[in-house]
Design a protein around this ligand. Structure first.
Ligand code: NAP
Length: 343
């Protein structure tokens, strides 16, 4: 077995959109296993836009509970699905499929409690990073517990062709909502409507006034805004809220590469007259309910109620460019990197 571990480390803190030179390919030896530890070989790596935030230095307002900044020289953080090669933990055996925060590297040594076993008979194991993983759980709890959709309501979701957004829209359809997506290309608009059953969608990069487009696509106003990107799109949607509307703040992707904060847009004002609610959430807060939610997501997947799409780059050295492309919207669905085809 090879003992060289190829890793991607943070070479320098990006300014604005990251560059490939902000990342560095490094080689390390694998440490010996201690009791309670498991050696795994990663098969798929998940890329999450939130990592961009963690590449910045710490700011006083940061909530570091889940995501402290990554230091220059550190291996970048990311979830992966992997196969167990060797175990010093009584609950794991060689050959089992697992998922965990294993980082941008081909091999990892993890403590048993940091790993979740995957039932490879349910679906392809890569789905443990998407529809049957954190993105699926985020869509599930963010929509059903936080947004609380009712049949007949209109939901707008931004970042709608992404890992979380594509699932939010479909679960809202299962619950009888009219669903409108906001995405960055005409091809994504067509895909959401033709393939995922969204009622409507629009391309925020096309010329025109967001307010006029929303009036046309949401003739009955907006009851739920599932916010993944923030910024000007959010400002426009919030102006169309109905009485008692809910805003679920999941991510703020449009802000992650900014070098200067956007000037205040004053959109909170709209919440007052509409008595609307805005709520941020962390999917981790729902951890005790994950097993039940995963059963439901698996059922919908098997029954064909949920579809998913993965954009898969090849090899650890492709991860930086895939990450940069993901931040620019140059992918569809969940962005993964395949690190190995075999165990
Ligand atoms: N709250 C939680 O517990 C929780 C849990 C998991 C994830 N999240 C967050 O949810 C968000 C979505 O994650 P994801 O994995 O599903 O990402 P994703 O949507 O698959 O990827 C990000 C997408 O955002 C869009 N985008 C980029 N810049 C934009 C801009 N300036 N304006 C509008 N859209 C822009 C791009 O697509 P376009 O082509 O459409 O522009 C891009 O592909 C992230 O912020 C993530 O950290 C939160």
């Amino acid at each position: 077995m090879t003992t060289v571990n190829r890793q991607i480390k943070l070479a320098s803190r990006p300014v604005g959109l990251p560059k490939v030179s902000d990342f560095q390919l490094a080689y390390s030896a694998l440490p010996p296993l201690k009791p309670g530890e498991v050696l795994v070989k990663s098969l798929y790596l998940s890329l999450d836009p939130h990592l961009r935030r963690r590449m910045n230095p710490a700011e006083p307002a940061d909530n570091e509970r889940d995501s402290p900044p990554i230091d220059v020289g550190d291996v970048l953080a990311g979830e992966a699905v992997a196969v167990v090669l060797k175990s010093e933990h009584p609950q794991f055996r060689a050959g089992e499929a697992v998922e965990g925060m294993l980082g941008w590297q081909e091999y990892a040594v993890a403590r048993g409690r940091e790993l979740r076993k995957i039932d490879a008979s349910l679906a392809p194991i890569s789905t443990a990073l998407g529809v049957l993983g954190l993105p699926g759980l985020t869509a599930y709890f963010g929509l059903l517990e936080v947004s609380q959709p009712k049949p007949g309501e209109t939901l707008v979701v931004s970042g709608a062709a992404g890992a979380v957004g594509m699932l939010v829209g479909q679960i809202a359809k299962i619950h009888g909502c009219r669903v409108v997506g906001v995405v960055g290309s005409d091809a994504k608009v067509a895909w959401l409507i033709a393939e995922l059953g969204f009622d409507a969608a629009f391309n925020y990069k096309a010329p025109g006034d967001y307010g006029a487009v929303l009036d046309e696509l949401c003739p009955d106003g907006v009851d739920i805004y599932f916010d993944i990107v923030g910024g000007a799109i959010s400002e426009a949607v919030v102006a169309k809220l109905n009485d008692g509307a809910r805003i679920t703040v999941c991510g703020q992707v449009s802000q992650y590469n900014l070098t200067e904060p956007e000037p205040g847009r004053g959109w909170l004002e709209h919440l007052i007259a509409k008595e609307a609610k805005v709520q941020g959430f962390r999917v981790a807060a729902f951890a005790p309910q994950f097993p039940a939610a995963l059963k439901q997501l698996t059922r919908w997947l098997k029954e064909g109620e949920l579809k998913y799409f993965e954009d898969v780059a090849q090899g650890i050295e492709a991860a930086p460019q895939a990450f940069i492309g993901m931040l620019q919207g140059k992918k569809l669905g969940k962005q993964l990197v395949q690190l190995s085809t075999s165990s």
